[in-house]
Ligand binder design. Sequence first.
Ligand SMILES: *Cc1c(COP(=O)(O)O)cnc(C)c1O
Length: 397
Amino acid sequence: MTDFSKTREFFDLPKGVIYLDGNSLGPLPRNAVDRMRHVMEREWGAQLIRAWNQSDWITLPARVGARIGRLIGAPKDSVTTGDTLTIKVYQALAAALPLRPDRRKIVSDNGNFPTDLYMAEGLIRTLGRDHELVIAEPEAVADAIDEETAAVLLTHVDYRTGQMHDMEAVTRRAHAAGALMIWDLAHSAGAVPVDLSGCGADFAVGCTYKYLNGGPGGPAFIYVKPTLQETVEPALSGWMGHAKPFAFDLEYRAAQGIERMRVGTPPILQLSALDAALDIWDEVEIDDLRRRSVELCERFIAGVEAACPQLELASPRNAAERGSQISFRFSKGYAAMQALIDRGVIGDFRVPDIMRFGFAPLYVTPEDVDKAIGILDMVINQRVYQEARYQTRLAVT
Ligand SMILES: *Cc1c(COP(=O)(O)O)cnc(C)c1O
């Protein structure tokens, strides 16, 4: 059994804050501070360039990838880390399309995070081979997949509403049509159980600064199904993905396996913070995490609907169909969220009218949920959100 009173101690949360935005930026793990100090002073500071060997920096992307792999049902040696998720989306799609050279369709949905769609558009332009990006409604994705589809690119959990695709069913549909399946796990890794092996996904990508608490701008991860690893041709053929980076050959030769999805020099400081953040998962059973997440979310929905009928639930009512966040629509959602943040309840806002609350069981408690509901009740029913100071939009919402 996972002890959630212990997992909360892992984080250094400011006093008086109820943090419901770990789906956007996870909080600071206490041990990440010590680890960063160690890496900066004892490794970078004292060992200098020798640290690549002496502190084994060179294999850190794979070691961190293996730890993430265990959380998403990926077999050994099938996940590596580096770059940002935006880059990893491009890399996965660019690896998938040449495997279906006679097909021209890429299927996604309008619940996808825009950067994923932008990168698909950019890749299509670069390839110049008349690929077409088909953007379906989330419910209609399965029907949009056909014999012309080369790849299906979907985010498992919708960033706005928390709506979750049935990973197994959609993957099966893609494969039945002969298409490759790419999952973006940005809002899934560390939030919900994922079984990449079980569902047979071909590629998966995700970021590490949300539910994995790796810190702002932390490196992303990429998974390639073992049977495809020796077949994919990296489009971003960087020296760190070369079979022999230190041979300095003039010609590119892809490294074995998942290593070929590395690009350039890994961000050692960020990877170290992430590696420290991942320690907590040694104490967590993912099924316990899911159970607790559902409890927190159900409690929040019931409380908010009882107190604030003005807010409309934007997330699926059925817990099995959503991730670890709850969203409500409210026409004055931006101002209401600013008023909440001012009172220590930190969530966020997504256009046009979505108030978003993430429930990360590692540090959010049922008492936090009750307090957040009480403050939301006050902000909405006493119309605190009408105050002039909450009306100005900041650059990051
Ligand atoms: C958060 C998120 C991103 C962000 O990508 P970055 O490169 O880390 O900025 C991309 N895609 C999805 C689905 C996300 O949720």
